[in-house]
Ligand binder design. Structure first.
Ligand code: MUC
Ligand code: MG
Length: 376
């Protein structure tokens, strides 16, 4: 059954509180949603998110949509999603880079195919190993006291016992002080990690990581800019605390280089960075072969995109650092009728056909910058 149409929508959905990263503070998250319809009218839906326009990385929502509309959609029309790997191989020959764009269309084809077979999407990805996975939360309110209050409340609710702290903005000495205060408050009950989002130079990283390691931080994510691979290798060599590659861990070839040269010793997976769900599995295999610990990363997707990530993470054997697809809980609203389930510090892998989410079309229309219903 061939693909009749591909529609890409950009939606802006407000968050429950400001979420402060080194380069940007999120108050509304922009997501890219793909809807693929086949000739019998069956729909596949998927979502990828980016953060802070062009400030996190090159893949802005607007560029993702423009490049799909012009260069990827024509390669999909008339094709059968049952051959999604072949279609993505053809896309990879015609379109360089554009991993976020590739990831969202591949995922929508997988959702459509799985729905046509009435099976969960994870069945098409090798089948699920996990029914649920340990879920981290990011403390990033921009205020130490508020972060501590949030962490205590989530421990009490048994929602999270892994906390990632967003640091890198402002004075590095104050960053360290902020982390040490949070460890003093909840470190006996929770694992605390930090994400610097490329904000430090090597000298600053050396000073801060020494203090953080001593203070009991259990992982440091992307302390240096993506270009500074060798600096990442030096930090990895020097410190016992694991150094995670996130923004630098993009496609298959980059991850092979990271694994080979130890530009870090653990990796944050994200289907959008790798260019799809099948690529995520390949990347995970490289990391596993290198003995790297894995983390199930997020770009703060809403419930639909979170279900996409959960479906592939469920098929990957081990996440030493847990996963962080907490996105739906940071949004004020959702575009699906149903929601993900969270219990006992874990996220439950969604069941049901496709990614297990039912789209709320009125909500999609409400939050979309532009909406058209393409039924030709
Ligand atoms: C990132 O860099 O990891 C994931 C969680 C969060 O708070 O920000 C994202 C992006
Ligand atoms: Mg990160």
């Amino acid at each position: 059954m061939g693909i009749r149409s591909v529609d890409i929508y950009i939606l802006d959905i407000p968050t429950i509180r400001p979420h402060q990263l080194a380069m940007h503070t999120i108050t509304a998250q922009s997501i890219v949603v793909a809807r693929i319809i086949n000739e019998s009218g069956l729909e596949g839906w998927a979502e990828m998110a980016t953060i802070g326009g062009a400030s996190y990385g090159e893949g802005t929502p607007e560029a993702i949509k423009a490049n799909i509309d012009k260069y990827i959609t024509p390669l999909l029309i008339g094709k059968d999603p049952a051959h999604f790997s072949k279609i993505m191989f053809q896309v990879s020959k015609a379109v360089r880079g554009n991993n976020f764009a590739k990831a969202v269309v591949e995922a929508a084809m997988i959702d459509l195919l799985a729905k046509s077979k009435n099976i969960p999407a994870y069945e098409l990805l090798g089948g699920k190993i996990h029914d649920s996975l340990p879920l981290a939360w990011t403390l990033a309110s921009g205020d130490t006291a508020k972060d501590i209050e949030e962490a205590k409340e989530f421990l009490h609710q048994k929602r999270h016992n892994i906390f990632k702290l967003k640091i890198g903005k402002g004075d590095p000495y104050k960053n360290v002080d902020h982390v040490l205060k949070i460890i003093a408050a909840v470190g006996d009950q929770a694992r605390v990690t930090v994400d610097v989002n490329q904000a430090w130079d090597e000298k600053t990283a050396n000073y801060c990581i020494e203090a953080l390691e001593e203070g009991g931080v259990s992982m440091v994510e992307q302390p240096l800019p993506t270009w500074n691979y060798e600096g990442m290798a030096r930090l990895t060599e020097r410190f016992k605390v694991p150094i995670m590659a996130d923004e630098s861990a993009t496609g298959l070839h980059e991850i092979f280089q990271i694994a080979k040269h130890r530009y870090g010793n653990c990796i944050a997976l994200k289907p959008c960075k790798h260019g799809g769900l099948m690529e995520t599995k390949k990347v995970a295999a490289i990391a596993e072969g290198a003995g790297f610990g894995l983390y199930g990363g997020s770009m703060i997707e809403s419930s639909l995109g979170t279900a996409v990530c959960a479906s592939v993470y469920a098929t990957i054997s081990e996440f030493e650092f847990g996963i962080e697809i907490f996105g739906p809980m940071l949004y004020q609203d959702r575009i699906t009728v149903n929601d993900l389930q969270f219990e006992n510090f874990e996220i439950v892998i969604p069941e049901g056909p496709g990614f297990g989410m039912e789209i709320d079309l009125d909500k999609v229309k409400h939050y979309a910058r532009e909406f058209s219903y393409n039924l030709n």
